[in-house]
Design a protein around this ligand. Structure first.
Ligand code: SF4
Length: 83
């Protein structure tokens, strides 16, 4: 299980610096930060701590088992970014 960023993300990059395992990309200093529409969580590196949820000002991050139905595709999109 992992946490997932949804398309509500506004790319303030607060979560990328909050994450203790650096599971969230792109970070603000990566080239992709300018082109992607949101950041993504690597499901293989997330340790389910929930810190990113608390710091997100737009409530864009959910536990994968608490994703709203209309955001169900977010889990696949997050994983796909790292493949
Ligand atoms: S839940 Fe914790 S480990 Fe997972 S992405 Fe968020 S801050 Fe990183």
């Amino acid at each position: 299980m992992a946490y997932v960023v949804t398309d509500a993300c506004e790319k303030d990059f607060l979560c990328t610096t909050e994450c203790a395992t650096s599971a969230i990309h792109p970070t603000s200093d990566e080239a992709a930060a300018r082109t992607v529409s949101q950041v993504y969580i690597n499901p293989d590196e997330c340790i389910d701590c929930g810190s990113c949820v608390a710091i997100c000002p737009v409530n864009a991050i959910f536990s994968i088992d608490e994703l709203p139905a209309e955001k169900a595709d977010a889990a696949e999109k997050n994983a796909a970014y790292f493949q």
